[in-house]
Design a protein around this ligand. Structure first.
Ligand code: SAM
Ligand code: SF4
Ligand code: SF4
Length: 355
């Protein structure tokens, strides 16, 4: 079915405008704006090869100067405007969000925005100390990126020789602080696919769902090759062969993971099939970079600068109209159009907009 520009896509049967004034804001393909991923820093203490390879993000790499990064006041001001346009979930990301000083303070002020869930995606390295203060400040849930429970594989993938045990302790600290935890693993054929059953097995029987993500051609520096993508369907077959699975209905329209439950009752796993079965049709995500530009797609070549407008004195009404205009014009569906040629297009780096 071809959606009509500017009208809600028929899949959104639950559409309301989330309490926003006027009619629901939808993009050119009828998708509402529901999620805002907020990158709070472009820096990271890992150098995952698929995201920030050392050859590019080395000692001489020019990260953003402090003055270029949005202040908490600026982030919160924008977050309120996004919420007024229908956003119902903020996800803190990075770089590595826990490297941003005083992160619990940001969560505390974002918590004051009504009717919005606050989540965070992290590599888990700082959770031992930060999980409790973040929870106390009002964080609702956390996703920990963990590509392998095999120590040697994990150390090689983060390329900082960081031991897996410390991330596992971080996950325990998050759970102990009362944060629901999901685990995300990027799958690279020939790199960590030999350790995936162990990863699934490690979290079977716990409340922490593991979601396996197909390796994506984000940015231009990670050397992506299609033959390194292990199709999620193969992975599901692999897990099902060991621990029989059955599919679970999505929780809501726009849920990116396909969910499966272990038939023996030991919990769930998920797969995120960005490459083999794209889900652009239900993509409701806006992305705010650490320096205050908005991106309508993970694979966008460029963004719209809100920081400059804010620092030049733009009113809330002017910023709202910039945000709404950007969303209304949105036609992105990169993953659906992916072809032999698209990996070579100019695209923003993942570490810059945070996935
Ligand atoms: N540093 C935090 C972390 O790793 O969770 C947050 C930012 S990171 C860019 C967000 C997510 O993007 C992580 O789960 C990471 O594994 C995923 N990611 C990065 N590069 C990827 C790629 N090329 N393909 C698929 N997922 C990727
Ligand atoms: Fe850092 Fe996350 Fe990128 Fe790994 S995936 S390099 S932890 S930002
Ligand atoms: Fe959304 Fe772009 Fe990913 Fe499609 S390719 S799901 S539009 S971020």
């Amino acid at each position: 079915m071809t959606p009509v520009a500017g009208t809600p896509h028929p899949e959104w049967d639950d559409l309301d405008n989330g309490g926003a004034e006027g009619s629901t804001l939808v993009d050119a393909l009828g998708r509402p704006m529901r999620d805002l991923r907020i990158s709070v820093t472009d820096r990271c203490n890992f150098r995952c090869q698929y995201c920030m390879p050392k050859e590019i993000f080395g000692a001489n790499f020019a990260f953003l100067p402090r003055s270029a990064v949005l202040t908490f006041e600026e982030i919160t001001r924008l977050a309120r405007l996004f919420a007024a346009q229908g956003v119902r979930k903020f996800r803190l990301t990075g770089g590595e969000p826990t490297l941003r000083a005083q992160l619990p303070t940001l969560v505390r002020v974002l918590r004051e925005v009504p009717d919005v869930e606050i989540a965070m995606t992290t590599n888990g390295t700082m959770l031992k100390t930060l999980a409790a203060p973040l929870r106390e400040a009002g964080l609702d849930r956390v996703t920990v990126s963990l590509d392998s429970v095999d120590d040697a594989t994990f150390r090689a993938m983060n390329d900082m020789d960081f031991p897996v045990a410390l991330v596992l302790e971080g996950i325990e600290a998050a759970a102990a602080a009362g944060l629901p935890v999901k685990v995300n693993a990027v799958v690279r054929r020939g790199v960590n696919d030999h350790t995936l059953l162990d990863l699934a097995g490690r979290f079977r029987g716990t409340p922490h769902t593991v979601r396996f993500i197909e390796f994506m051609d984000v940015g231009t520096t990670n050397g992506w090759k299609l033959d390194e993508v292990l199709p999620a369907s193969d992975l599901v077959r692999m897990i099902d062969g060991r621990w029989p699975l059955e599919p679970v209905e999505p929780n809501y329209t726009g849920e990116v993971a396909q969910r499966y439950r272990y038939r023996d009752g030991a919990g769930e796993v998920g797969v995120i099939t960005s490459v083999t079965q794209p889900f652009c049709g239900t993509c409701t995500r806006m992305r705010l970079s650490a320096e205050g530009s908005i991106y309508t797609c993970l694979f966008a070549a460029g963004g719209i600068d809100l920081r400059e407008a804010m620092r030049e004195g733009a009113s809330d009404a002017a910023l709202t109209s910039l945000i709404a205009g950007t969303w209304r014009a949105r036609e992105d569906r990169y993953s659906e159009l992916r072809s032999q040629a698209t990996p070579d297009l100019r695209k923003v780096e993942m570490s810059y907009i945070g996935g």
